[in-house]
Design a binder for this molecule. Structure first.
Ligand SMILES: Cc1cc2nc3c(=O)[nH]c(=O)nc-3n(C[C@H](O)[C@H](O)[C@H](O)COP(=O)(O)OP(=O)(O)OC[C@H]3O[C@@H](n4cnc5c(N)ncnc54)[C@H](O)[C@@H]3O)c2cc1C
Length: 455
């Protein structure tokens, strides 16, 4: 073994594992099972000093570095290099007076929702409680309350970072304004984040849940949903998914064997007004399920009920300036009942605070988008090329309105993912590439939505 790696084993409190070691494969695994990191060495950090030692060692050897907390968002699998696993760096400390939480890099959202609720507060989490806070926030973070509060990346106070040369630093708007701008939306390009200080919102309850329709009875539901979103207040964030449920016992009886359209709603206003806003959808008639009601925010995972078990999936998306009912019908025709390759379509209503620059500007771009059109396919039958072609066809329906891609919701595992130009706006990408050249000139942090260092 390389002497530097042997020395690393003596330096860290956590685990240093090599291929073939007991536990190596299990530690490389994550939520995404279609592909995984295959590093030359894995460091499961027990603390920030371990992260610093691992990154400094990799920098000394010129080894590329991958980071994994939960594996929900694995984008470019490491082939060789050093993998830092952050899942042991758990911890949530709420500062109720400041309305912030310090969150360790291995923390999942479920823990933050629970800790914040004790003080009448809530984080800007997304649909699934098992997603890692840091990966989600670095990629933007499009949450359940997004139209009211904006992206999760808009609400970060400070970042504890191990830079690509292995130095731990605290990055704030005051201490390092450029790096602070880049970290929030720049993905995992600038080092290993060991902790984040995030803002919490004064939310304890919502009017939220799901309305499920049978698409066979409501073929125009996607178009009707889009019409409904035209005049909604910013306090209401919603989405609609078209999902084929095979006739299998794993699905609830009322969804089993049906192609459904499921509208998901989170409204922070009062329930009476919420019911008025939702009434036009309810009036569309027979519903397979209606769970939209007053609920404590701690139950927000019930809105989407995302599958908690690891599985194989492939997904893509398009941020759209506008999305009209005619395009919606074309999407339903392509991805609805009878589609050759199954593909869950999910449309999220954007706008509101998402469209505005936050107090401390960041690298999250494409804020002119009014909708996010997503496609997601569990990889059980069709091959990945076939799935990619079917998904591209669905996204192609709205190509004239496309402004870019949202990085968090692209799942592909390609050595070369979609071009960086899709994720960031031109001027932002130029600035990010210059910062990458300053902070990571060797592009050691490249197993991600990669920003190449400017020449
Ligand atoms: C079921 C499901 C539901 C989801 N719902 C939403 C949603 O509602 N809204 C939304 O915006 N996204 C959502 N996502 C996407 C999710 O936010 C991204 O996949 C995110 O990258 C996951 O972060 P992770 O740490 O859990 O995953 P990981 O795969 O562990 O990490 C993903 C990437 O983040 C970077 N990263 C992670 N930790 C660090 C760190 N400490 N330092 C530096 N870089 C790091 C790395 O580049 C890493 O490859 C969902 C994903 C799934 C699978």
């Amino acid at each position: 073994m390389n002497p530097a790696l042997t020395a690393l084993g003596d330096q860290v409190r956590g685990e240093v594992l090599l291929p073939g070691d007991d536990g190596f494969d299990a530690r490389c695994a994550g939520f995404q099972t279609a592909y995984r990191h295959r590093p030359d060495v894995l460091v499961r950090a027990a603390d920030e000093a371990d992260v610093a030692a691992a990154v400094a060692c990799a920098a000394g050897l010129g080894m590329p570095v991958a980071v994994q907390a939960t594996g929900h968002g694995l984008s470019v699998p490491a082939a060789g290099g050093l993998l830092v696993r952050t899942d042991a760096l758990k911890g949530v400390v709420v500062d109720a007076a400041a309305r912030t939480a310090r969150v360790g890099a291995g923390t999942r959202f479920a823990a933050v929702v629970e800790a914040a609720a004790r003080y009448g507060l809530a984080p800007l989490n997304g649909s699934a409680p098992g997603v890692g806070v840091v990966g989600y926030v670095l990629g933007g973070g499009l949450g359940l309350l997004a139209r009211e509060f904006g992206y999760a990346a808009d609400h970060v106070r400070s970042v504890r970072l191990v830079t690509p040369d292995g130095t731990p630093v605290t990055v704030t708007a005051q201490s390092e304004p450029d790096l602070f701008w880049a970290l929030r939306g720049g993905g995992g390009n600038f080092g290993v984040v060991t902790a984040l200080d995030i803002e919490l919102m004064p939310v304890t309850r919502i009017y939220g849940g799901e309305l499920a329709f049978d698409l066979a009875r409501h073929p125009g539901l996607l178009a009707a949903y889009l019409r409904w979103t035209r005049d909604l207040p910013e306090a209401l964030t919603s989405s609609v998914s078209l999902v084929d449920h095979p006739d299998l016992p794993v699905f609830p009886a009322h969804l089993r064997g049906r192609f459904t359209a499921q509208v998901r709603i989170a409204y922070t206003g009062d329930s009476r007004r919420g019911a008025e806003l939702v009434a036009p959808l309810r009036e569309l008639g027979p519903l397979l399920a209606d769970t939209v009601a007053e609920m404590p925010y701690t139950e927000c995972a019930e809105i989407y009920r995302d599958p908690p078990m690891p599985h194989a999936y492939q997904g893509d998306n398009a941020l759209l300036r506008a999305f009209g009912p005619e395009q919606a019908d074309a999407v339903t025709a392509l991805a609805g009942p009878g589609a050759a390759v199954p593909c869950v379509v999910d449309v999220r209503h954007l706008g509101g605070q998402l469209g505005r620059s936050p107090k401390w500007a960041n690298a999250v771009g494409h804020r002119s988008a009014g909708y996010l059109l997503r496609v997601l396919t569990p990889l059980t039958g069709a091959g990945r090329e076939e799935v990619a072609a079917a998904q591209a066809a669905v996204l192609g329906v709205a190509s004239r309105e496309r402004v870019g891609r949202f990085q968090n919701l692209v799942y592909g595992g390609y050595a070369e993912g979609p071009p960086a130009e899709d994720f960031w706006e031109t001027a932002d990408l130029r600035r990010l590439a210059k910062l990458k050249a300053t902070h990571d000139p060797q592009n050691l942090f490249r197993f991600n939505r990669n920003i190449r260092p400017a020449h």
